[in-house]
Design a binder for this molecule. Structure first.
Ligand SMILES: Cc1cc2nc3c(=O)[nH]c(=O)nc-3n(C[C@H](O)[C@H](O)[C@H](O)COP(=O)(O)O)c2cc1C
Length: 187
């Protein structure tokens, strides 16, 4: 079957044409954002059974980028160090792994960010409740030019950490109503 044949995309020789979509798992340590040790086996198993390319779950670029509990990060040394085992095992099983870098903007809560007010292009509260935490979204801080520069730096730092951790690339999550997408909203 064609789907299970190898394919060369840019510098990568994928072991199949199957690409795993990013899926939030909420396995990470609630305080530190360091992945749970089971995360290594979780991703390695997918590569072992033939997935050509894995796009990871959304990975926070800063504490305020997190939209729910258990979201892993790539903004501290400990987080970066822990991801090294995942990329090593996936590579050993013949897979390619891309880190999805994520900032949820207003779709967060100070109870999740460690007391930081969520940020967004405008101070407009989202409808509904925070995922898994169940608290109503808060009115975010409208980002200043300085706040925007900080987020750009956060994405840059997380991309550098992804490279240090052995990822083959990064995907910037700019959809689903999260921060980058929020800049495209008409309000
Ligand atoms: C449990 C779960 C978690 C998800 N987490 C993410 C995520 O972290 N990042 C993302 O871009 N999409 C996420 N998605 C969306 C999926 O990657 C995918 O785009 C969606 O399921 C639609 O896929 P389809 O068009 O193949 O049906 C998630 C989906 C599910 C079911």
């Amino acid at each position: 079957m064609k789907l299970l044949e190898t394919v060369k995309i840019n510098q990568w020789n994928l072991q199949s044409r199957v690409v795993m979509a990013p899926m939030t798992r909420s396995f990470a340590d609630l305080e530190t954002g360091v992945i749970h040790p089971d995360t290594v086996a979780y991703y390695a198993k997918r590569a072992k059974h033939g997935v050509g390319m894995i796009i990871t779950e959304g990975i926070a670029v800063s504490p305020e980028a997190r939209g729910t509990i258990g979201i892993p990060g790539l903004y501290t040394e400990d987080q970066t160090e822990a991801w090294k085992e995942v990329t090593a095992q996936v590579h050993q099983e013949g897979g390619i792994i891309i880190a999805q870098l994520w900032h949820v903007g207003r779709l967060s809560h100070s109870a999740i960010t460690g007391g930081l007010q969520p940020v967004a292009p405008s101070a407009v509260q989202a409808n509904g409740l925070t995922h898994r935490v169940g608290l109503p979204y808060e009115t975010p801080k409208a980002m200043s030019e300085e706040d925007i520069q900080k987020v750009i730096q956060d994405f840059t730092k997380a991309a550098i950490n992804a490279q240090l951790a052995g990822f083959d690339g990064v995907e910037i999550h700019a959809a689903h109503g999260y921060l980058i997408d929020q800049f495209q909203f008409p309000w």
